[in-house]
Design a protein around this ligand. Structure first.
Ligand code: ZN
Length: 233
């Protein structure tokens, strides 16, 4: 991928201001996890003040434009810094996509689905699971509070926050510890001296060794990090 993690993160930094600290931690972790999967994302919405929400609600009702939300000021988790909206960031680092079927990393799983899976692992609820109006870009953490309670001044309680924080930390730790097992590779009845490894169900074999065993020439260009295999015909 040509985009660096720092570049990807910088695209969203302005939208992270005012988020609840636990939601901020989860959002940062989400951006990192998705990047690691080859799915860069951008946060398109974070905290939306009640006044901003009211202005948005007026659009298509008392103001011109088309209706964009059914939530009045104070009735959205965005109003309390507890929700974010995301979109896919395309490889040019400029264009954004809301294509739920796009598979930019070519792993046969829609990028959107990958982001949602990561988000749920980090403790987010997904707007696509809402029964009333499905909201595919939307992720939120409620800490068991309704927007009515939040509007009345309720704050997420320490215990619930600690649980989510621990969940984020545990999940990020798990992702770091990629399990690597030793494996063997046999070519035409001959076991390779060089060991292979197994990572998440995939066998990784030293390329030079397997190439040689198969009678191919293998070269490596360190500059472009490109291995070239040439079979002799
Ligand atoms: Zn939203």
């Amino acid at each position: 991928m040509s985009l660096t993690l720092e570049q990807v993160k910088s695209k969203s930094s302005a939208r992270l201001k005012g988020l609840h600290p636990v939601v901020l931690a989860a959002t940062t972790a989400l951006i990192e996890r998705c990047y690691a999967r080859g799915v860069p994302i951008i946060i398109t919405q974070g905290l939306r003040t009640i006044a901003e929400q009211d202005a948005l609600y007026a659009q298509g009702r008392t103001k011109s434009g088309s209706v964009v939300t059914n939530a009045k000021g104070g009735t959205s988790y965005h109003n309390y810094g507890l929700a974010i909206d995301f979109a896919l960031l395309l490889p040019d680092g400029k264009q954004v996509s809301w294509d739920l079927k796009r598979d930019g990393d070519g792993d046969k799983v829609a990028d959107w689905t990958e982001v949602v899976r990561e988000a749920k692992s980090l403790g987010f609820e997904w707007g696509g699971d809402f029964v009333s109006i499905k909201d595919a870009p939307h992720l939120q953490m409620t800490f068991g509070l309704t927007t009515t309670q939040l509007r009345a001044g309720a704050k997420p309680d320490e215990t619930k926050m600690a649980i989510v924080k621990a969940k984020i930390e545990r999940y990020m730790k798990e992702c770091e510890d990629v399990k690597v097992d030793k494996a063997n590779t046999v070519v035409n009845g001959e076991k390779l001296k060089e060991g292979s490894v197994l990572i998440e169900g995939r066998t990784y074999v030293p390329l030079a060794a397997i190439g040689k065993a198969l009678g191919a020439n293998v070269s490596f260009d360190n500059e472009t990090k490109t291995a070239t295999i040439t079979t002799i015909k």
